[in-house]
Design a protein around this ligand. Sequence first.
Ligand SMILES: [Zn+2]
Length: 79
Amino acid sequence: MSLDRRLHEESDGFEAAALFMAGEPGCAERTLAAHRREENGSTCAGCRRSPEHPCFLAKVALRALELLAAESTTRGARL
Ligand SMILES: [Zn+2]
């Protein structure tokens, strides 16, 4: 099933956010670049308020990259 199709059928908010991010080229990479670990080692440089890292958005971005990697593997296998 395509990521776009899964987005429309996904009821879990976290997974839906990851699918949405996976569908936007470069979005997960940009999010991870902004929401990196701060030099103090625990908080997020992007949200600052997040008490720990990875923050929610960084977790969504990591999941989006996982989905993209899985999809490209599947697509590669089909070719
Ligand atoms: Zn963050």
